[in-house]
Design a protein around this ligand. Sequence first.
Ligand SMILES: [Zn+2]
Length: 479
Amino acid sequence: MKSSSSVLSAVLLLGTWTLSACGGGPPQPRVAPPPHPTLAIIRTNLWDGTGRAPVSNAVTLVRAGRIVCAGAAGECRIPPGARILDGQGRWLIPGLIDSHVHLLFLTHGSAGQELSLDLRNLLAQGVTTVRDMGTSPTGLLTRVNALTASPRVYAMQLVAGRRFFFNGFQGIRTSRGTVYRQPPAMAMQSLGWTPLLYTPNDNADSVVEVARKAGAMGLKLYAQLDTESVRKLTEAAHRAGMPVWGHAWVQPASALEQVLATQDGLVHAAGLAGELFSHEERDTLVNDGKLQVATAEVATVGSAHDPRILAALDSMAARGTFFEPTLDATRQSVAYYNAKRRHIPSDQENYVRAASGFGIEITREAVKRGVRISAGSDHVAYGPAIERASLFGELRLLVDSVALTPQAALLAATRDAAQALGGEPAKRLGTIEPGRYADLVMLSKNPLEDIANLESVEWVMKGGRIWRPGQLRSGIAMR
Ligand SMILES: [Zn+2]
Protein backbone atom coordinates (compact mmCIF):
# COMPACT_ATOMS: atom_id res chain seq x y z
CA MET A 1 0.00 0.00 0.00
CA LYS A 2 2.71 2.37 0.98
CA SER A 3 4.73 1.84 -2.18
CA SER A 4 1.74 2.14 -4.53
CA SER A 5 0.67 5.43 -2.88
CA SER A 6 4.26 6.72 -3.22
CA VAL A 7 4.17 5.85 -6.92
CA LEU A 8 0.84 7.64 -7.24
CA SER A 9 2.13 10.81 -5.62
CA ALA A 10 5.25 10.68 -7.80
CA VAL A 11 3.04 10.48 -10.91
CA LEU A 12 0.89 13.33 -9.67
CA LEU A 13 3.93 15.48 -8.95
CA LEU A 14 5.39 14.67 -12.34
CA GLY A 15 2.08 15.55 -13.99
CA THR A 16 1.96 18.92 -12.28
CA TRP A 17 5.53 19.68 -13.28
CA THR A 18 4.89 18.58 -16.88
CA LEU A 19 1.82 20.76 -17.18
CA SER A 20 3.49 23.90 -15.95
CA ALA A 21 6.68 23.20 -17.90
CA CYS A 22 4.67 22.97 -21.11
CA GLY A 23 2.93 26.24 -20.35
CA GLY A 24 -0.42 24.50 -20.68
CA GLY A 25 -1.90 26.20 -17.60
CA PRO A 26 -1.31 28.80 -14.98
CA PRO A 27 2.09 28.46 -13.21
CA GLN A 28 1.74 26.29 -10.16
CA PRO A 29 2.97 27.75 -6.89
CA ARG A 30 5.95 25.71 -5.76
CA VAL A 31 5.64 24.48 -2.23
CA ALA A 32 9.07 24.67 -0.69
CA PRO A 33 9.83 21.83 1.69
CA PRO A 34 9.94 22.96 5.32
CA PRO A 35 13.47 24.09 6.27
CA HIS A 36 13.58 21.65 9.15
CA PRO A 37 11.39 18.62 8.48
CA THR A 38 10.18 16.70 11.50
CA LEU A 39 11.32 13.16 12.13
CA ALA A 40 8.83 11.01 14.02
CA ILE A 41 10.28 7.93 15.71
CA ILE A 42 7.28 5.74 16.40
CA ARG A 43 6.25 2.53 18.17
CA THR A 44 9.32 2.35 20.41
CA ASN A 45 9.66 1.64 24.10
CA LEU A 46 10.80 5.04 25.33
CA TRP A 47 13.04 5.32 28.40
CA ASP A 48 13.49 9.08 28.54
CA GLY A 49 16.00 9.33 31.43
CA THR A 50 13.78 11.59 33.54
CA GLY A 51 13.18 8.78 36.02
CA ARG A 52 9.65 8.00 34.83
CA ALA A 53 8.67 4.47 33.84
CA PRO A 54 9.25 3.43 30.21
CA VAL A 55 6.48 4.36 27.77
CA SER A 56 5.44 1.73 25.26
CA ASN A 57 4.23 2.53 21.75
CA ALA A 58 5.87 5.96 22.11
CA VAL A 59 6.28 8.82 19.66
CA THR A 60 9.40 10.98 19.70
CA LEU A 61 9.52 14.02 17.45
CA VAL A 62 12.85 15.54 16.38
CA ARG A 63 13.29 18.78 14.49
CA ALA A 64 16.37 20.91 13.78
CA GLY A 65 18.55 18.77 16.04
CA ARG A 66 16.28 19.09 19.07
CA ILE A 67 13.60 17.00 20.73
CA VAL A 68 10.16 18.52 20.06
CA CYS A 69 7.97 16.02 21.88
CA ALA A 70 8.39 12.59 23.48
CA GLY A 71 5.64 10.51 25.03
CA ALA A 72 2.77 8.11 24.48
CA ALA A 73 1.21 7.96 21.03
CA GLY A 74 -1.64 10.29 22.04
CA GLU A 75 0.67 12.87 23.65
CA CYS A 76 2.67 13.85 20.56
CA ARG A 77 0.80 14.75 17.38
CA ILE A 78 2.77 13.82 14.27
CA PRO A 79 2.72 16.83 11.92
CA PRO A 80 1.80 16.28 8.27
CA GLY A 81 4.84 15.66 6.10
CA ALA A 82 6.91 14.22 8.94
CA ARG A 83 9.41 11.53 8.06
CA ILE A 84 8.49 8.35 9.88
CA LEU A 85 11.02 6.02 11.48
CA ASP A 86 9.37 2.85 12.73
CA GLY A 87 11.10 1.44 15.81
CA GLN A 88 8.60 -1.23 16.69
CA GLY A 89 9.61 -3.20 19.76
CA ARG A 90 12.94 -1.41 20.12
CA TRP A 91 14.21 0.74 22.98
CA LEU A 92 14.91 4.44 22.65
CA ILE A 93 17.14 5.95 25.36
CA PRO A 94 19.05 9.24 25.73
CA GLY A 95 22.56 9.40 24.27
CA LEU A 96 25.04 8.21 26.89
CA ILE A 97 27.49 10.54 28.64
CA ASP A 98 30.96 9.43 29.76
CA SER A 99 31.87 12.16 32.22
CA HIS A 100 35.53 11.12 32.57
CA VAL A 101 37.82 10.56 29.59
CA HIS A 102 41.33 11.63 28.54
CA LEU A 103 41.57 11.99 24.79
CA LEU A 104 44.80 13.75 23.86
CA PHE A 105 48.17 11.97 24.25
CA LEU A 106 50.59 13.45 21.76
CA THR A 107 53.38 10.99 22.51
CA HIS A 108 51.02 8.03 22.08
CA GLY A 109 49.74 9.19 18.72
CA SER A 110 46.20 10.09 19.72
CA ALA A 111 46.47 13.54 18.19
CA GLY A 112 45.16 12.73 14.73
CA GLN A 113 43.85 9.54 13.17
CA GLU A 114 43.83 7.58 16.43
CA LEU A 115 41.76 10.28 18.12
CA SER A 116 39.28 10.27 15.25
CA LEU A 117 39.00 6.46 15.39
CA ASP A 118 38.48 6.54 19.15
CA LEU A 119 35.75 9.16 18.91
CA ARG A 120 33.93 7.21 16.20
CA ASN A 121 34.16 4.09 18.31
CA LEU A 122 32.70 5.93 21.31
CA LEU A 123 29.82 7.20 19.18
CA ALA A 124 29.21 3.66 17.89
CA GLN A 125 28.77 2.56 21.52
CA GLY A 126 26.00 5.12 22.02
CA VAL A 127 28.23 7.66 23.79
CA THR A 128 27.10 11.02 22.44
CA THR A 129 28.90 13.22 25.00
CA VAL A 130 32.23 13.01 26.80
CA ARG A 131 33.95 15.25 29.30
CA ASP A 132 37.72 15.32 28.98
CA MET A 133 39.01 15.48 32.55
CA GLY A 134 42.27 17.09 31.67
CA THR A 135 44.58 17.06 28.70
CA SER A 136 44.79 20.30 26.74
CA PRO A 137 41.44 22.04 26.22
CA THR A 138 42.59 24.14 23.25
CA GLY A 139 44.59 21.34 21.59
CA LEU A 140 41.77 18.85 21.99
CA LEU A 141 38.84 21.09 21.04
CA THR A 142 40.63 22.37 17.94
CA ARG A 143 41.10 18.80 16.72
CA VAL A 144 37.57 17.70 17.61
CA ASN A 145 35.99 20.68 15.87
CA ALA A 146 37.37 19.38 12.57
CA LEU A 147 35.43 16.12 13.01
CA THR A 148 31.74 15.38 12.55
CA ALA A 149 31.61 11.70 13.54
CA SER A 150 32.32 12.41 17.19
CA PRO A 151 30.49 12.70 20.48
CA ARG A 152 30.12 16.21 21.90
CA VAL A 153 33.36 16.95 23.72
CA TYR A 154 33.65 19.18 26.79
CA ALA A 155 37.03 19.82 28.37
CA MET A 156 38.22 20.62 31.88
CA GLN A 157 41.38 22.56 32.75
CA LEU A 158 43.94 20.82 34.97
CA VAL A 159 45.24 22.84 37.93
CA ALA A 160 47.93 21.72 40.39
CA GLY A 161 50.07 23.17 43.16
CA ARG A 162 53.73 24.18 43.33
CA ARG A 163 55.17 20.79 44.30
CA PHE A 164 53.59 19.20 41.23
CA PHE A 165 55.69 21.52 39.09
CA PHE A 166 58.95 21.67 41.03
CA ASN A 167 59.41 18.48 43.09
CA GLY A 168 61.38 15.87 41.16
CA PHE A 169 60.01 12.74 42.71
CA GLN A 170 58.64 10.94 39.69
CA GLY A 171 61.00 8.36 38.23
CA ILE A 172 60.95 8.14 34.43
CA ARG A 173 62.65 5.24 32.66
CA THR A 174 64.15 5.99 29.27
CA SER A 175 64.34 3.48 26.41
CA ARG A 176 67.98 2.84 27.43
CA GLY A 177 66.88 1.89 30.92
CA THR A 178 68.20 5.03 32.62
CA VAL A 179 65.88 6.27 35.36
CA TYR A 180 65.77 9.99 35.96
CA ARG A 181 63.52 11.98 38.18
CA GLN A 182 61.41 14.87 37.04
CA PRO A 183 58.43 16.80 38.36
CA PRO A 184 55.10 15.14 37.45
CA ALA A 185 54.02 18.32 35.65
CA MET A 186 56.93 17.87 33.22
CA ALA A 187 55.89 14.29 32.43
CA MET A 188 52.36 15.56 31.86
CA GLN A 189 53.55 18.37 29.59
CA SER A 190 55.51 15.89 27.49
CA LEU A 191 52.14 14.28 26.63
CA GLY A 192 50.96 17.62 25.33
CA TRP A 193 48.87 18.36 28.40
CA THR A 194 48.63 21.86 29.80
CA PRO A 195 48.35 21.89 33.62
CA LEU A 196 48.14 25.32 35.24
CA LEU A 197 50.14 26.19 38.35
CA TYR A 198 48.36 27.71 41.34
CA THR A 199 49.92 28.79 44.62
CA PRO A 200 48.02 30.46 47.48
CA ASN A 201 49.58 33.83 46.54
CA ASP A 202 48.24 33.69 42.99
CA ASN A 203 45.07 35.33 41.78
CA ALA A 204 42.54 32.48 41.43
CA ASP A 205 40.32 34.57 39.13
CA SER A 206 43.23 34.85 36.67
CA VAL A 207 43.66 31.06 36.61
CA VAL A 208 39.95 30.69 35.89
CA GLU A 209 40.19 33.28 33.11
CA VAL A 210 43.09 31.42 31.46
CA ALA A 211 41.05 28.20 31.68
CA ARG A 212 37.99 29.88 30.15
CA LYS A 213 40.03 31.32 27.28
CA ALA A 214 41.48 27.85 26.63
CA GLY A 215 37.91 26.64 26.04
CA ALA A 216 37.54 24.75 29.32
CA MET A 217 34.10 24.39 30.88
CA GLY A 218 35.50 24.02 34.40
CA LEU A 219 38.51 23.21 36.55
CA LYS A 220 39.90 19.79 37.42
CA LEU A 221 42.01 20.03 40.57
CA TYR A 222 44.73 17.46 40.07
CA ALA A 223 47.33 17.41 42.85
CA GLN A 224 49.33 19.19 45.51
CA LEU A 225 46.72 21.73 46.50
CA ASP A 226 46.08 22.67 50.10
CA THR A 227 42.66 23.42 51.53
CA GLU A 228 43.01 27.18 51.13
CA SER A 229 43.95 26.79 47.45
CA VAL A 230 40.98 24.50 46.84
CA ARG A 231 38.66 27.03 48.45
CA LYS A 232 40.02 30.03 46.51
CA LEU A 233 39.98 28.22 43.17
CA THR A 234 36.47 26.89 43.75
CA GLU A 235 35.09 30.29 44.72
CA ALA A 236 36.74 31.95 41.71
CA ALA A 237 35.42 29.32 39.30
CA HIS A 238 31.92 29.58 40.73
CA ARG A 239 32.06 33.38 40.31
CA ALA A 240 32.68 32.69 36.61
CA GLY A 241 29.86 30.12 36.48
CA MET A 242 32.27 27.19 36.04
CA PRO A 243 32.21 23.90 38.00
CA VAL A 244 35.19 22.52 39.92
CA TRP A 245 36.00 18.83 40.16
CA GLY A 246 39.01 17.21 41.70
CA HIS A 247 40.81 14.07 42.61
CA ALA A 248 39.75 12.66 45.92
CA TRP A 249 41.96 13.68 47.76
CA VAL A 250 43.95 16.42 46.14
CA GLN A 251 47.02 16.21 48.36
CA PRO A 252 47.20 17.43 51.02
CA ALA A 253 43.57 18.70 51.05
CA SER A 254 41.31 15.80 52.06
CA ALA A 255 38.10 14.78 50.33
CA LEU A 256 36.06 16.16 53.23
CA GLU A 257 37.92 19.48 53.02
CA GLN A 258 37.26 19.61 49.27
CA VAL A 259 33.55 18.99 49.85
CA LEU A 260 33.40 21.68 52.53
CA ALA A 261 35.14 24.06 50.09
CA THR A 262 32.00 23.53 47.90
CA GLN A 263 33.75 21.61 45.14
CA ASP A 264 31.16 20.19 42.71
CA GLY A 265 32.49 16.67 42.30
CA LEU A 266 35.12 14.17 43.40
CA VAL A 267 36.70 11.50 41.20
CA HIS A 268 38.27 8.08 41.94
CA ALA A 269 36.70 6.03 44.72
CA ALA A 270 40.12 4.69 45.79
CA GLY A 271 41.19 8.24 46.66
CA LEU A 272 38.92 8.19 49.72
CA ALA A 273 41.81 6.33 51.37
CA GLY A 274 43.26 9.81 51.94
CA GLU A 275 40.73 10.28 54.75
CA LEU A 276 42.52 7.55 56.71
CA PHE A 277 45.68 9.68 57.11
CA SER A 278 46.25 12.64 59.41
CA HIS A 279 46.89 16.06 57.87
CA GLU A 280 50.62 15.71 58.62
CA GLU A 281 50.75 12.23 57.10
CA ARG A 282 49.00 13.44 53.97
CA ASP A 283 51.49 16.25 53.59
CA THR A 284 54.53 13.97 54.15
CA LEU A 285 53.27 11.25 51.80
CA VAL A 286 52.96 13.74 48.97
CA ASN A 287 56.46 15.00 49.58
CA ASP A 288 58.28 11.67 49.70
CA GLY A 289 56.35 9.96 46.90
CA LYS A 290 55.23 7.02 49.06
CA LEU A 291 51.59 7.64 48.32
CA GLN A 292 50.82 4.40 46.49
CA VAL A 293 52.61 2.21 49.03
CA ALA A 294 50.79 3.87 51.94
CA THR A 295 47.42 3.69 50.16
CA ALA A 296 47.89 0.00 49.35
CA GLU A 297 48.47 -0.62 53.07
CA VAL A 298 45.36 1.15 54.36
CA ALA A 299 42.82 0.57 51.55
CA THR A 300 40.93 -2.60 52.48
CA VAL A 301 37.32 -3.68 52.19
CA GLY A 302 37.02 -3.19 55.96
CA SER A 303 38.57 0.29 56.05
CA ALA A 304 36.02 1.49 53.47
CA HIS A 305 33.58 1.67 56.41
CA ASP A 306 35.88 3.82 58.58
CA PRO A 307 33.93 6.68 60.25
CA ARG A 308 36.23 9.30 58.64
CA ILE A 309 35.32 8.03 55.17
CA LEU A 310 31.64 7.79 56.03
CA ALA A 311 31.77 11.40 57.29
CA ALA A 312 33.14 12.53 53.91
CA LEU A 313 30.44 10.55 52.04
CA ASP A 314 27.67 11.89 54.28
CA SER A 315 28.91 15.40 53.69
CA MET A 316 28.81 14.78 49.92
CA ALA A 317 25.25 13.46 50.15
CA ALA A 318 24.13 16.45 52.22
CA ARG A 319 25.65 18.99 49.80
CA GLY A 320 24.84 17.20 46.55
CA THR A 321 28.52 16.77 45.67
CA PHE A 322 28.89 14.38 42.75
CA PHE A 323 30.98 11.23 42.94
CA GLU A 324 32.64 9.53 40.00
CA PRO A 325 34.10 6.20 41.14
CA THR A 326 35.97 5.27 37.87
CA LEU A 327 35.88 1.56 38.72
CA ASP A 328 36.47 0.21 35.23
CA ALA A 329 39.91 1.80 34.91
CA THR A 330 41.03 -0.02 38.08
CA ARG A 331 39.50 -3.27 36.83
CA GLN A 332 41.45 -2.89 33.57
CA SER A 333 44.69 -2.33 35.52
CA VAL A 334 44.08 -5.47 37.61
CA ALA A 335 43.47 -7.45 34.41
CA TYR A 336 46.74 -6.08 33.03
CA TYR A 337 48.70 -7.29 36.07
CA ASN A 338 46.89 -10.64 36.09
CA ALA A 339 48.07 -11.19 32.52
CA LYS A 340 51.67 -10.29 33.47
CA ARG A 341 51.78 -12.85 36.31
CA ARG A 342 54.76 -11.23 37.96
CA HIS A 343 56.38 -13.22 40.74
CA ILE A 344 57.03 -10.12 42.81
CA PRO A 345 54.36 -7.44 42.41
CA SER A 346 55.43 -3.84 41.95
CA ASP A 347 54.21 -1.06 44.25
CA GLN A 348 51.86 -0.01 41.46
CA GLU A 349 50.40 -3.53 41.22
CA ASN A 350 49.85 -3.72 44.98
CA TYR A 351 48.14 -0.34 44.86
CA VAL A 352 45.84 -1.29 42.00
CA ARG A 353 44.79 -4.57 43.65
CA ALA A 354 44.00 -2.82 46.94
CA ALA A 355 42.19 0.02 45.16
CA SER A 356 39.92 -2.38 43.29
CA GLY A 357 38.02 -3.95 46.22
CA PHE A 358 38.27 -0.79 48.33
CA GLY A 359 36.82 1.36 45.53
CA ILE A 360 33.83 -0.92 45.00
CA GLU A 361 33.10 -0.99 48.73
CA ILE A 362 33.39 2.81 48.93
CA THR A 363 30.96 3.15 46.01
CA ARG A 364 28.47 0.84 47.72
CA GLU A 365 28.62 3.04 50.83
CA ALA A 366 28.25 6.18 48.70
CA VAL A 367 25.12 4.82 47.00
CA LYS A 368 23.67 3.67 50.31
CA ARG A 369 24.19 7.15 51.77
CA GLY A 370 22.54 8.95 48.86
CA VAL A 371 25.62 10.40 47.13
CA ARG A 372 24.90 11.37 43.52
CA ILE A 373 26.86 9.17 41.10
CA SER A 374 28.08 10.20 37.68
CA ALA A 375 29.34 7.41 35.43
CA GLY A 376 32.81 8.29 34.22
CA SER A 377 35.21 5.62 33.02
CA ASP A 378 38.67 7.27 32.86
CA HIS A 379 38.80 6.07 29.26
CA VAL A 380 41.94 6.96 27.31
CA ALA A 381 42.18 7.33 23.54
CA TYR A 382 45.14 5.04 22.83
CA GLY A 383 46.25 1.44 23.19
CA PRO A 384 44.34 -1.73 22.26
CA ALA A 385 40.63 -0.85 22.31
CA ILE A 386 39.84 -3.85 24.50
CA GLU A 387 42.19 -2.57 27.23
CA ARG A 388 40.63 0.89 27.43
CA ALA A 389 38.25 1.58 30.27
CA SER A 390 34.77 2.16 28.88
CA LEU A 391 31.45 3.58 29.98
CA PHE A 392 29.88 0.21 29.23
CA GLY A 393 32.39 -1.44 31.60
CA GLU A 394 31.71 1.19 34.27
CA LEU A 395 27.95 0.63 34.06
CA ARG A 396 28.37 -3.14 34.24
CA LEU A 397 30.45 -2.73 37.41
CA LEU A 398 27.88 -0.38 38.92
CA VAL A 399 25.23 -3.05 38.34
CA ASP A 400 27.19 -6.26 38.95
CA SER A 401 29.51 -5.17 41.79
CA VAL A 402 27.86 -2.15 43.40
CA ALA A 403 24.35 -3.61 42.97
CA LEU A 404 22.73 -0.61 41.32
CA THR A 405 19.64 -1.44 39.26
CA PRO A 406 20.20 -1.11 35.51
CA GLN A 407 17.88 1.94 35.63
CA ALA A 408 19.98 3.63 38.36
CA ALA A 409 23.18 2.90 36.43
CA LEU A 410 21.64 4.34 33.25
CA LEU A 411 20.61 7.49 35.10
CA ALA A 412 24.26 7.89 36.17
CA ALA A 413 25.21 7.97 32.49
CA THR A 414 22.34 10.18 31.27
CA ARG A 415 20.33 12.58 33.47
CA ASP A 416 22.74 12.63 36.39
CA ALA A 417 25.85 12.80 34.22
CA ALA A 418 24.36 15.86 32.50
CA GLN A 419 23.75 17.46 35.90
CA ALA A 420 27.33 16.56 36.85
CA LEU A 421 28.64 18.45 33.82
CA GLY A 422 26.62 21.49 34.92
CA GLY A 423 26.11 24.74 32.99
CA GLU A 424 24.53 24.58 29.53
CA PRO A 425 24.97 20.78 29.15
CA ALA A 426 22.79 20.27 32.24
CA LYS A 427 19.91 21.99 30.41
CA ARG A 428 20.49 20.42 26.99
CA LEU A 429 21.64 16.82 27.56
CA GLY A 430 20.82 13.66 29.44
CA THR A 431 17.05 13.25 28.96
CA ILE A 432 14.59 12.98 26.08
CA GLU A 433 12.49 16.08 26.70
CA PRO A 434 11.33 18.99 24.53
CA GLY A 435 14.13 21.49 23.90
CA ARG A 436 16.99 19.06 24.62
CA TYR A 437 19.48 18.05 21.94
CA ALA A 438 18.28 15.12 19.85
CA ASP A 439 20.99 12.79 21.18
CA LEU A 440 19.44 9.33 21.17
CA VAL A 441 20.31 5.66 21.09
CA MET A 442 18.11 2.99 19.56
CA LEU A 443 18.62 -0.45 21.08
CA SER A 444 17.12 -3.72 19.89
CA LYS A 445 17.01 -5.09 23.46
CA ASN A 446 15.75 -3.79 26.80
CA PRO A 447 18.63 -2.24 28.84
CA LEU A 448 16.47 -2.11 31.99
CA GLU A 449 16.26 -5.89 31.99
CA ASP A 450 19.99 -6.40 31.50
CA ILE A 451 22.53 -3.58 31.31
CA ALA A 452 24.54 -5.74 28.87
CA ASN A 453 21.78 -4.99 26.33
CA LEU A 454 23.48 -1.61 25.85
CA GLU A 455 25.55 -3.55 23.34
CA SER A 456 22.52 -3.93 21.06
CA VAL A 457 22.93 -0.48 19.44
CA GLU A 458 21.04 -0.20 16.14
CA TRP A 459 21.76 3.46 15.60
CA VAL A 460 22.95 6.54 17.43
CA MET A 461 21.63 10.04 16.85
CA LYS A 462 23.64 13.14 17.71
CA GLY A 463 21.97 16.49 17.18
CA GLY A 464 19.39 14.90 14.87
CA ARG A 465 21.91 13.07 12.68
CA ILE A 466 21.81 9.28 12.65
CA TRP A 467 24.92 7.09 12.66
CA ARG A 468 25.02 3.32 12.47
CA PRO A 469 27.76 1.45 14.37
CA GLY A 470 28.91 -0.40 11.24
CA GLN A 471 29.19 2.87 9.35
CA LEU A 472 31.30 4.41 12.13
CA ARG A 473 33.54 1.40 12.70
CA SER A 474 34.06 0.46 9.06
CA GLY A 475 35.67 3.77 8.18
CA ILE A 476 32.85 4.74 5.80
CA ALA A 477 32.22 7.76 8.03
CA MET A 478 35.73 9.12 7.74
CA ARG A 479 35.25 12.37 9.58
ZN1 LIG B 1 41.34 10.60 34.84
